[in-house]
Design a protein around this ligand. Sequence first.
Ligand code: GLY
Length: 330
Amino acid sequence: MQRRKFLKNSGLTAAGMVSAPLLGSCKNDAKSDVDGKIIVPNKPIVVCTWDFKNASAKAWEVLNTGGSALDAVEQGVRIEEADVNNETVGKGGRPDRDGNVTLDACIMDKDSNCGAVVYLQNIAHPISVARKVMEETPHIILAGKGAEQFAYAQGFEKEDLLTESTKAQYQEWLKTSKYETPINIENHDTIGMLAIDEKGDLAGACTTSGMAYKMAGRVGDSPIIGAGLFIDNEVGGATATGVGEEVVRTVGSFLIVELMRQGKSPQEACEEGVKRIMKKNEGRKDFQIGFLAINKRGQTGAYCVHPGFSYRRYDQRGHENITSDSFLKT
Ligand code: GLY
């Protein structure tokens, strides 16, 4: 905490970049020359969408003990998948309009290996099934019954994902069956997580139960590589939360990584990603999207449509919930 205060007072914490002398005691070693300053990549570091502090703390625990970015993001998002009080991810996620909880997730590593599951039922940890798809099959995406059968074959247990709370809410919803997507925290559907480990390698994970009371079979952006998540170990990573249909239309996370490749900062890239979506939706205000990005140097950025989005960052400076700027100001 003392160290964090000192860094804050020194005015050198902006944009995730810290000058080398101040980080003399941390484990960063590579140096680069940017804008005339000697800087070190800010690693290890983890960021995740929304104020998921337990998930980011778990990922940090893995990174800070020398674990890989891939293990960190898997272990991190599993915290939210297991939390039945989180009604938008994993066990305890709200069901579709037929009363079935269906989960989507994907994971991507430093070598562009990736795995995903869509429309997965009865399994509490879709992110770990996605990792098995990546590591144990020649495929990238498994869907529905096939994904479920694969999960059982890999030793995952069958679980009822509907809780007393989500069952009661669903019974209430049935009275009107109104299909709407509340804009913000009430529907903070997705945890997307990006990490850089001590070696400087990146990985990302994204997992969700999707929109509450969605049409049966509906899949959003979260398990789609390039839309809900994209990692390029040379450049950085990006992930998304919000109304998946709009993210898929612009292949949002891939776009943001490509913009960073062309020289934009994570913040500038996220802003451009949201602006592209808003250009295609002129006049529309009824949806939220939040993008989160990190570059290879450990600089981070985020941007959203409506005020209310935030992201968690955990690095050598400490653990913070950072409010994102937004395209619409009210
Ligand atoms: N972003 C999650 C979804 O649209 O399902």
